[in-house]
Ligand binder design. Structure first.
Ligand SMILES: NC(=O)c1ccc[n+]([C@@H]2O[C@H](COP(=O)([O-])OP(=O)(O)OC[C@H]3O[C@@H](n4cnc5c(N)ncnc54)[C@H](OP(=O)(O)O)[C@@H]3O)[C@@H](O)[C@H]2O)c1
Length: 257
């Protein structure tokens, strides 16, 4: 059975763990990110450990044309993608008006626009192939507004919403779209996003545990998956009933240095 997964943001964190888990199940891979050295090391590790084939394609998905160049490279190499995992993303702690606008817009390009472009292109191919699975990495951040990471939380709200709608549209076509909504995970994310030292960036889950939860849910065609029951409870049964100003203040304080 064809079983090749394309994983974005595979050079670190949850993306690397998606790749390790998929390879451990015997699947081939296309791994992508900007850092070639990390991707090449992962390719060597996984091919040696599991006897699978790993293709490395470097791409900057935070710039115009990045997602198209990745899609074109996959097609040029003649690879059929059976599983798409849209995982690459970053945030940025601080006041929106203090941030440089290009970085904020680049976040939207990566977290939203490239994810949409890759989902659109590969979902069409999967329909034509007669099946496929898509896993988009959203976040619990997408379930509420996020003062001091206003754009990041909004990008993840987009991912959470878009993925569920797409899954319903794909019904009956053999393709599913699952969205993973993790809470805080111990990866490079906190450093890259300037969150180190905040209350939010403490005591997170491991990247490997989160990747396994998301991947297994994707295989089952689940719609939305939380990596922890208590997060599921808080998001669905506490936050929607709390006064909105209180939620905003709590999220802001969790992200204050
Ligand atoms: N960690 C958390 O607490 C947490 C919680 C909820 C959701 N998430 C989401 O989980 C996903 C993975 O995050 P992580 O925690 O594993 O973070 P991470 O360790 O910082 O990894 C991020 C990955 O995205 C890639 N990436 C960043 N900018 C890119 C660009 N312009 N073009 C292509 N690739 C790019 C990075 O590779 P290069 O630098 O090599 O390009 C890296 O492989 C993200 O979507 C994040 O929003 C994370």
């Amino acid at each position: 059975m064809p079983n090749t997964a394309l994983i974005t943001g595979a050079s670190a964190g949850i993306g690397t763990e998606f790749a390790r888990y998929h390879a451990s199940l015997g699947g081939d891979l296309v791994i992508t990110a900007r850092r070639k050295t990390a991707l090449t090391a992962l390719k060597k590790e996984l091919e040696a450990a599991h006897g699978i084939k790993v293709h490395v394609i470097t791409a900057d998905l935070g710039v115009a044309g990045g997602a198209k160049s990745l899609y074109d490279a996959v097609k040029k190499a003649g690879i059929q993608i059976d599983i798409l995992i849209n995982n690459a993303g970053f945030g940025e702690q601080g006041l929106h008006t203090d941030h440089d606008l290009p970085r904020e817009l680049g976040m939207i390009d990566l977290n939203v626009k490239s994810l949409v472009e890759l989902t659109h292109s590969f979902a069409r191919d999967m329909i034509a192939q007669g099946g496929g699975k898509i896993l988009n990495v959203g976040s619990t951040a997408g379930m509420m507004p996020g003062p001091l990471q206003a754009v990041y939380f909004a990008t993840k709200a987009f991912v959470n919403s878009y993925s569920q709608a797409i899954d319903e549209e794909l019904r009956g076509k053999g393709v599913t779209c699952t969205v993973l909504v993790p809470g805080y995970v111990e990866t490079e994310f906190a450093d890259v996003s300037g969150l180190t030292g905040t209350s939010l960036a403490k005591g997170g889950a491991t990247a490997s545990s989160v990747a396994k939860v998301g991947y297994d849910a994707m295989l089952k065609g689940k719609l939305v998956v939380f990596n922890e029951l208590k997060l599921n409870f808080a998001i669905n049964w506490v936050i929607p009933f709390a006064p909105r100003r209180l939620v905003l203040r709590i999220v802001k304080s969790l992200q204050t240095k």
